[in-house]
Write a protein that binds this ligand. Structure first.
Ligand SMILES: Nc1ncnc2c1ncn2[C@@H]1O[C@H](COP(=O)(O)OP(=O)(O)OP(=O)(O)O)[C@@H](O)[C@H]1O
Length: 250
């Protein structure tokens, strides 16, 4: 008798192939993100990291294969708001007169009822997420009056208040200072400790050990996958990044 796992994977990708125009961006990708674990998605430019996120969030058509989130089809999970995503080029409209707290509150379900007011739970979640990303003092500031790095943190806070079972972050460490990077690593870990599955793409090989439990090395296909220590071997890195083995230092 085969026993089914008690908890479904936060994300389970099987045989995923995505063709974008003339380009085969992903070929036969298998990948699992377990609840309570942080998985790093590592690969060179053009290796398909953003395409993989797009396949989960509905930003690109799946050519073949399956994408399941929390045990159900990704489209159904999106409707249940079970997927929180911070993309690489996510922007907020700086001209629109929204405060930082307003933008974070967008991560909560739309307010119901005649007055459409946010609930006390919404307000508490927004305050907690802003504190987590170190922006509690800026809650009432217009979103247009923040630095680029601060706006990034606002978008992470917006993803946190969604309380989704799957958190996806596309290159959150790119272009952030050391303190912000450390904060992000802590935030990601805390979300996993709360039971979410987290998938984070990064170019920063040196930081993967601090960031993640598991790693998937991508080069249009999966080169290697598993626990960080046993997976990031010089040979696997060389294969994924197209280097000679002797070039890879860890
Ligand atoms: N909109 C698009 N139309 C056609 N091809 C695309 C499109 N977006 C990406 N591609 C191609 O798909 C492949 C994978 O790109 P993708 O953006 O997923 O890689 P990536 O690993 O996220 O790269 P990077 O690290 O540079 O962000 C590349 O060959 C790219 O040129």
């Amino acid at each position: 008798m085969t026993s089914k796992p008690l908890t479904p994977a936060a994300l389970e990708v099987r045989g995923l192939t995505v063709v974008r125009g003339e380009v085969r961006a992903l070929t036969d990708v298998d990948l699992t993100v377990a609840p309570g674990r942080v998985t790093a998605l590592v690969g060179p430019n053009g290796s398909g990291k953003s395409t993989l996120f797009a396949a989960v969030t509905g930003g690109v058509d799946v050519t073949s294969g399956t994408v399941k989130v929390g045990g159900t089809d990704a489209a159904a999970a999106r409707r249940r708001r079970e997927i929180a995503f911070v993309g690489q080029d996510d922007t907020v409209d700086r001209q629109f007169p929204l405060t930082v707290a307003d933008v974070v509150a967008q991560g909560r379900p739309a307010p119901r009822g005649l007055l459409g007011r946010r609930t006390a739970a919404d307000r508490a979640a927004v305050a907690e997420a802003l504190a987590r990303v170190g922006l509690a003092d800026l809650a009432r500031r217009p979103i247009g009056a923040l630095s680029g790095g601060q706006r990034r943190r606002v978008l992470v806070a917006r993803a946190l208040v969604q309380e989704a079972g799957l958190l996806l972050l596309d290159e959150p460490l790119a272009g952030v200072d050391v303190a912000s990077a450390e904060l992000l690593v802590d935030i990601v870990r805390a979300r996993a400790d709360e039971g979410a599955g987290v998938l984070v793409s990064t170019h920063d090989l040196a930081g993967v050990t601090d960031l993640a439990d598991d790693v998937v090395l991508l080069a249009g296909r999966v080169v290697a996958a598993g626990p960080v220590a046993s997976t990031l071997t010089p040979a696997a890195l060389a294969e994924a990044f197209g280097l000679r083995t002797g070039d890879v230092r860890r």
